[in-house]
Design a protein around this ligand. Structure first.
Ligand code: SAH
Length: 350
């Protein structure tokens, strides 16, 4: 029965909510293995055995928001805050460029210190120095106009996980001033402007049901994102969710496989969070259909401060170490690093 559902998903790239929730609620090892094998086949068809690399620059740990799960939420007074200067960010790009990265992901909390003008300046500087590279922003909810300005300045991609597509669930993970409605509107605005858009969600975040996960996949079917970021929820000790259960390896791998089957051409990272809950988590993610990794390019002295969740890996390693480690891991899983900027194969800048 479940195998037939997975075959149907493989064939149609679609299942309804009940069907998806049924698979997710009945995930035995054998089911996960079967889904992963099919997903790997799909990934192979469109992307071969290549895995793209993105250099991740976590440029600010200040945040004006108070998402309940997140270690850099504003009410966490134990969080150590830092900001990188434009020069420091450009230095990270230079190091990344020399390591072969052709995509830079600028991620941070929602930090008003970085006004639109500052972001535009940083984006334009990177584009001027590295015109052939892609810039991805991941700096939260902004107005249509701001997104548009960043795009015109040269940003190519934007990561904004929807976190959960279910209203009630969204309200359990976020303070009341944040709304799913606005989050979704941001995502549709980004699409309209022409970005390659990354949506996504945490796996087994508190109060999440199999139905919620099915809703996440179906919402994305509507949005048609070019990228999908998903990883296990991991509790952070200074948040109200400190005692909640961590998302499992099994469910995360299954969700990666289902995502690949539903979105054959999507760019899908094996996330740092997945590597955090199991030493070979990212390798297993790649084998289940993921085709992107995001090695850390942030200066080593700030790494530990970007503490979204506990026990985050790679906080002590120099960028070059991360680069070599990730390539070794990709190779040992039977895949190869692709040094190109790795756009979604259906995207063209407009
Ligand atoms: N401020 C930006 C970037 C957020 S951090 C934004 O709003 O998009 C990137 C992602 O980390 C979040 O979207 C969230 O899904 C994930 N994250 C945050 N806390 C986490 C936790 N405790 N466990 C796992 N993932 C977490």
């Amino acid at each position: 029965m479940i195998k037939e559902l997975i075959d149907k998903l493989y064939k149609n790239n679609y299942l309804n909510k009940d069907e998806l929730a049924y698979i997710i609620a009945n995930k035995e090892d054998e089911v996960i293995k079967y889904a992963s094998t099919k997903a790997a086949e799909v990934r192979q068809k469109y992307y071969g055995n290549k895995v793209f690399m993105r250099g991740l620059i976590e440029f600010t740990s200040y945040c004006k928001n108070d998402c309940i799960y997140c270690g850099i939420r504003r009410s966490n007074s134990n969080a150590e805050r830092y900001r990188l200067t434009a020069e420091q960010i450009l230095k990270c790009c230079e190091i990344g460029y020399n390591l072969g990265y052709r995509t830079y992901v600028l991620q941070g909390g929602e930090d008003p210190f970085y006004t639109d003008d500052k972001i535009i300046e940083i984006v334009s500087d990177i584009k001027r120095l590295y015109p052939e590279c892609a810039i991805t922003l991941s700096i939260g909810e902004k107005s249509y106009e701001s997104y548009k300005k960043y795009y015109v300045a040269g940003a190519d991609r934007y990561l904004l996980r929807h976190e959960t597509a279910n209203e009630e669930h969204y309200a359990k993970l976020h303070p009341k001033e944040l709304s799913l409605r606005n989050r979704k509107e941001c995502l549709f605005n980004l699409k309209k402007i022409g970005y390659q858009v990354g949506a996504g969600f945490m796996v087994e975040s508190p109060y999440q049901t199999p139905e919620n996960l099915a809703e996440d996949l179906l919402f994305m079917k509507e949005l048609q994102p070019e990228m999908i970021g998903l990883g296990p929820f991991i509790p952070q000790k200074d948040t109200p969710f400190r005692d909640k259960k961590q998302g499992s390896l099994q469910t995360t791998v299954l969700m990666l496989a289902l995502t690949r089957l539903m979105f054959p051409k999507v760019l899908l990272p094996a996330t740092t969070a997945l590597g955090t809950i199991h030493p070979l988590g990212r390798e297993m993610g790649i084998k289940a259909g993921a085709n992107v990794v995001m090695p850390n390019l942030s200066p080593t002295d700030v790494r530990a401060k970007y503490s979204l969740y506990d026990n985050k890996i790679c906080t002590g390693d120099e960028a070059a170490e991360c680069r070599n480690c990730i390539e070794r891991r990709i190779n040992s899983a039977g895949f190869e690093v692709d040094p190109s900027r790795g756009d979604n194969i259906e995207w063209k800048r407009k």
